[in-house]
Design a protein around this ligand. Structure first.
Ligand code: BTN
Length: 329
């Protein structure tokens, strides 16, 4: 579980060579410019190459940078990220059990809100209701955000819906596509699951200590990337849009959209957000069954209220639910 970090030299070298993209430069001059020697520079170049940066050395020893990988490297996520707070700190890993687990441990000491924990691959990605989240490398987004909102714990489920709205709008920013939110925490593309949100809370009576928002998105999965049991119900943005999406850019767009919604939520609660939740909801007006523990309730969805509860017209009258598993009848 090694954290992916750049040493100071590789980091400054990357900043310099980004500006010289496609143009060969002399390593001696670059080393002098960076107040180092050629050996140290060569180590930094090798390090960047190992991380997937496209760097060539020609016969004259000149170095040319031609592109960055679409991998979740902190330097790539931060490059061009326009947020004030989200992703302000990044903990990136090649492979972890679960980013939510790491975020949970970090949140106890980590003071800054918006810290992002991200991994290329999860070995025990957690889903809701004790399920797992299939997390193969190279195609998906698996990350967790640490939030410290001063809200009553009962309002925390609203953050799942806020995340779903931000994901929906991020997906829509790529083109015309049928995207819907399935309360409480799924994002569907053409009716199949493409993203899931696992919001975990640390709270005392009446007080939220921190919230971990875990986000899993099937971005560039091809049908064959899903195991048999998921094939029927899961899809990816790539399948929906019929084009490959830059994962780093997707994350940057998402973080910016999420941040705008989050600031608004902290300022004025769910009012504005609720309109969007209703606009994107796949369940409004639908006849559903809601399973909560051993109890199943049938009815028609008539609203999602200001606290994020699902409101149903049932045979026992109007009832509101804060959690549960929904199936459309
Ligand atoms: C669900 O739909 O059941 C929620 C899935 C949430 C998956 C994400 S992937 C990143 C983060 N880390 C985890 O272990 N789970 C969440």
């Amino acid at each position: 579980m090694d954290r992916i970090e750049l040493d100071a030299l590789s980091d400054t070298l990357l900043v310099k060579i980004r500006r010289k993209r496609g143009h060969p430069f002399d390593p001696g001059r670059m080393a002098k410019n960076l107040k180092t020697n050629r050996e140290e520079l060569a180590v930094a170049v090798r390090h960047l190459k190992r991380l997937g940066y496209k760097i060539k050395i020609d016969k004259k020893g000149r170095i040319t940078f031609s592109g960055a990988p679409d991998n979740f490297l902190p330097a790539e996520i931060a490059n061009g990220l326009k947020t004030e707070m989200m992703g302000g700190r990044i903990y990136a890993y090649q492979s972890v059990q679960s980013t939510n687990l790491i975020a949970h441990k970090l949140a106890i000491s980590e003071l800054s809100e918006g810290t992002l924990v991200i991994a290329e691959h999860q070995t025990r990605g957690k889903g809701r209701l004790g399920r797992s989240w299939h997390s193969p490398p190279k195609v998906g987004l698996y990350c967790s955000l640490i939030l410290k909102p001063r809200i009553h714990p009962t309002l925390a489920p609203g953050l799942s819906l806020l995340t779903a709205v931000a994901l929906t709008e991020t997906i829509l920013s790529y083109g015309e596509i049928d995207v819907k939110i399935k309360w409480p925490n799924d994002v569907l593309v053409r009716g199949a699951k493409t993203a899931g949100i696992l919001t975990e809370l640390s709270a005392e009576i009446g007080r939220t200590n921190f919230v971990i928002v875990g986000i899993g998105v099937n971005i560039n999965h091809r049908p064959g990337d899903f195991p048999k049991e998921l094939k029927k119900h899961a899809t990816s943005i790539r399948i929906g849009l019929k084009k490959t999406i830059g994962r780093v850019e997707f994350l940057q767009r998402f973080l910016l959209t999420f941040e705008k919604e989050y600031f608004d939520f902290k300022r004025s609660g769910m009012t504005r957000l609720r309109k969007k939740i209703l606009q994107y909801s796949s369940l409004l007006g639908q006849k559903i069954e809601l399973k909560m523990g051993r109890k199943t309730t049938s009815g028609i969805v008539i609203d999602i209220d200001e606290t994020g509860h699902l409101v149903m017209d049932t045979k026992n009258g109007i009832q509101a639910f804060n959690a549960g598993e929904v199936s459309v009848r």
